[in-house]
Design a protein around this ligand. Structure first.
Ligand code: THU
Length: 126
C-alpha cells in the first residue's frame, strides 16, 4: 500500500464524517502491520465535547477487533472538500496513537509523510 493509496482511503472515509456542528470533515485510514486497513471519521455530538476524532475512531475500531500493531495512519480533513492541505492530528489523537505506535510510526498527510516523533517528541507514560 503506497502513502498515496492510504491517503485516498482517508479522503474516502471523510465522506462518512458526522460533522454537522463544525462542518469540518475528517477521515483517517490506519494501516496495520498485517496489511489490514481500519478507517474512521469524526463523529460529532450535540453535546460538543463528546465528539470523537477520525483518528481515534480508526484506532478504537482496530483495537476492539484485536489489532494493535500499526505501521501508518493517513489523515485527511477539510471544511470544503478540498483535502489538498495538511490536516494535522490533534494532541489527544497523538497521545492515543503513542499508546500503540513507536516513534517511527508514519503519519501521512496531504503534503508529505511525517513520523509520530515529529509531532509528539515526548509522550505521557505511567
Ligand atoms: N478532528 C478530528 O477528527 N481529528 C483531529 O485530529 C482534530 C479534529 C475533528 C473533531 C471535530 O469534529 C472537527 O474536527 C472540528 O474540530
Amino acid at each position: 500500500m503506497t502513502d498515496k493509496e492510504l491517503f485516498e482511503l482517508a479522503v474516502k472515509a471523510a465522506e462518512r464524517s458526522y460533522s454537522g456542528y463544525s462542518s469540518f470533515r475528517v477521515g483517517a485510514a490506519l494501516l496495520a502491520k498485517n496489511g489490514q486497513v481500519y478507517t474512521g471519521c469524526n463523529i460529532e455530538n450535540a453535546s460538543y465535547s463528546l465528539t470523537n476524532c477520525a483518528e481515534r475512531t480508526a484506532v478504537f475500531k482496530a483495537v476492539s477487533e484485536g489489532c494493535t500493531d500499526f505501521e501508518a495512519i493517513a489523515v485527511a480533513g477539510s471544511s470544503d472538500d478540498d483535502f489538498s492541505k495538511p490536516c494535522f492530528p490533534c494532541g489527544a489523537c497523538l497521545q492515543v496513537l503513542s499508546e500503540f505506535c513507536g516513534r517511527g510510526f508514519k503519519i501521512v498527510l496531504a503534503d508529505k509523510a511525517y513520523s509520530l516523533q515529529d509531532f509528539l517528541p515526548f509522550t505521557f507514560k505511567l
